[in-house]
Write a protein that binds this ligand. Structure first.
Ligand code: SF4
Ligand code: SF4
Length: 206
């Protein structure tokens, strides 16, 4: 019969509409929140979802996997006095491997001797050009640059705002540990093992 498809479609919509309220009521009676909570989002993404299954963006956001990558950032450690220790040595490897060439680094030099100092005087990334390949992070020998998870970077004036300088790019190691815990653990372990091997070699030589 003509129009059966339309009726079937409408019945699916109506069922979802009713299910949404029934499901909301069920959660309410259990004393749980179905919206704006991790459990609520996870449930709506699962095969158990009844009624509404969409995410209420921007109030709710889908969790991103650890390996999600969006625009690099620079890492700094904090010493015992709370001073920033920028990990970058301005070796320039990331700028060399960057396929669209969107990294600029100005090296620091000692004002007295003119010799290079292993820290960047300036560091820029044009985030409009960055293609989020992650090469800079893969190749950095000092774990000084990592890919971020923050994808909400829209601005009104991209020409003025989207060339990130060092200040904008710098984030603490604790932030990195937070967004990429498995990577952080692996790197810290490798670092500790390398230190231990170095100490053992030194001891042997003495
Ligand atoms: S971020 Fe890493 S690869 Fe790039 S200049 Fe700094 S130390 Fe070198
Ligand atoms: S993620 Fe890729 S494109 Fe972006 S700065 Fe790093 S190397 Fe360049």
């Amino acid at each position: 019969m003509d129009g059966m498809g339309i009726l079937k479609g409408l019945s699916v919509t109506l069922k979802r509409f009713v299910d949404t309220y029934l499901e909301d009521l069920k959660w309410l009676m259990k004393g749980q929140k179905r919206y704006y909570t991790e459990e609520g989002i996870a449930q709506r993404r699962s095969t158990e979802a009844r009624g509404i299954f969409t995410v209420q963006y921007p109030e709710e956001k889908l969790p991103v996997p650890e390996e999600f990558r969006f625009i690099p950032f620079l890492l700094y450690d904090e010493d015992e006095n709370g001073e920033r220790q920028v990990r970058c040595t301005s070796c320039g490897i990331c700028a060399k491997v960057c396929p669209p060439q969107c990294i600029w680094i100005v090296r620091t030099s000692d004002p007295k001797t003119g010799r290079p100092v292993p820290e960047p005087a300036e560091f820029y990334i044009d985030v409009d050009i960055c293609m989020n390949c992650g090469f800079c992070s893969e190749y950095c020998p000092f774990d000084a640059i990592k890919m971020d998870h923050d994808y909400e970077l829209s601005v009104y004036n991209r020409h003025a705002k989207n060339i990130y300088n060092q200040e904008k790019l710098l984030k603490p190691v604790s932030y990195y540990a937070d967004i990429r815990p498995a990577n952080y653990q692996r790197e810290e372990q490798a670092r500790a093992e390398a230190e231990a091997a170095k100490a053992a070699r030194r001891q042997k030589a003495n």
